[in-house]
Design a protein around this ligand. Structure first.
Ligand code: CP
Ligand code: NVA
Length: 321
């Protein structure tokens, strides 16, 4: 049995900057390889015979498809597991599920509505657990965002990102990304939707340039990248939807707000988008928007994460011939 601690990918703050940068390098190399010769997608099938279990207790398009396609392109395979169809849905514990799945699959992606579930799974699993979104974080999304920025504008270090909208899971991971990759982040949210204080405190302790603001204009002014996300996340109660939308109205990314950013600023959104709510049609479809490059880069970023988590000591060479 493999006694080494599994390489869980739970949050960006758990990994050091060098490792995160290596994951992006591998992702970029594999993207180039895929584009240069479409088949075979990866000549060495480095994850041949490896099985990825994907447990989604919430809907997903990008996360699911990017992991399923990504593992296959690396020579492995995946199975989709819906908690409702598993004994998990009838009360089998996560601890037992983790120990059983560890005997069948080589890594597990989990999207869950309960933060504890991710940590319990990781505690009991002897194979790597990858965070596919929780109510408080979405780390694999931010790797794709950084990849996208750098493809369009070069190194992210020293640049300025602005967030405007809800202080949600994607923002928390963006804060962690800002610290680890060395960019400035100004995040504007309504006061009662601020990112968690412990995340802001952590960023400060790490020496990060992360600032919370109330005014979206102040956040966006001069920024190199403007990022937002839905105003109602999967973990938010629908009962609060109307009151949340009212508070968030002033945080919409529209042409007026975008005009305050740097002239060549990028607009990003993890998707799915709600046009007329957090972003207007003209910005979403306009020249600043790179949202579909961002979505595509989920695939490449995911392959970097899979390489790190499952690729053994050889993983950094995955994107090389
Ligand atoms: N951005 C993102 O994670 O999308 P899905 O919910 O479709 O996976
Ligand atoms: N903040 C959103 C992201 C969806 C990918 C949610 O949690 O629903």
């Amino acid at each position: 049995a493999n006694t080494a601690a599994p390489r869980h990918f739970l949050d960006l703050k758990d990994l050091d900057a060098t490792t995160l940068r290596q994951i992006l390098d591998v992702a970029l190399n594999m993207k180039a390889m895929q584009q240069n010769r479409r088949f075979p997608l990866h000549p060495r099938s480095p994850l041949a015979g490896r099985m990825l279990g994907i447990i989604l207790s919430k809907p997903s398009t990008r996360t699911r498809v990017s992991f399923e396609v990504g593992i296959r392109q690396l020579g492995g395979d995946s199975i989709m597991l819906s908690p409702a169809e598993m004994q998990l849905g009838r009360g089998e514990t996560i601890a037992d599920t983790a120990r059983v799945l560890s005997r069948f699959v080589d890594a597990i992606v989990l999207r869950t509505g309960k933060n504890d579930s991710l940590h319990t799974l990781a505690k009991w699993s002897s194979v790597p657990v990858i965070n596919g979104l929780t109510p408080t974080s979405h780390p694999v999304q931010i790797l794709a965002d950084i990849l996208t920025f750098e493809e369009h504008r070069g190194p992210v270090q020293g640049r300025t990102f602005a967030w405007t909208g809800d202080g949600n899971n994607v923002l928390t991971s963006l804060i962690e990304g800002a610290v680890r990759f060395g960019f400035t982040l100004r995040a504007a949210t309504p006061p009662d939707m601020r990112p968690p204080q412990e995340v802001l405190d952590w960023a400060k302790r790490e020496g990060g340039a992360v600032e919370w603001l109330q005014d979206p204009k102040e956040a966006v002014r001069g920024a190199d990248c403007v990022v937002t996300d839905t105003w109602i996340s999967m973990s938010d109660s629908e009962d609060e939807a109307a009151s949340r939308m009212a508070k968030l109205e002033a945080y919409q990314v529209n042409a007026n707000l975008m005009a305050l950013a740097a002239k060549d600023a990028l607009f990003m959104h993890c998707l799915p988008a709600h046009i007329g709510e957090e972003v207007t049609q003209d910005v979403f479809e306009g020249p600043h928007s790179v949202v579909f490059d961002e979505a595509e880069n989920r695939l490449h970023a995911q392959k970097g994460v899979l390489a790190w988590a499952m690729g053994g000591t050889d993983w950094v060479s995955f994107g090389k011939e």
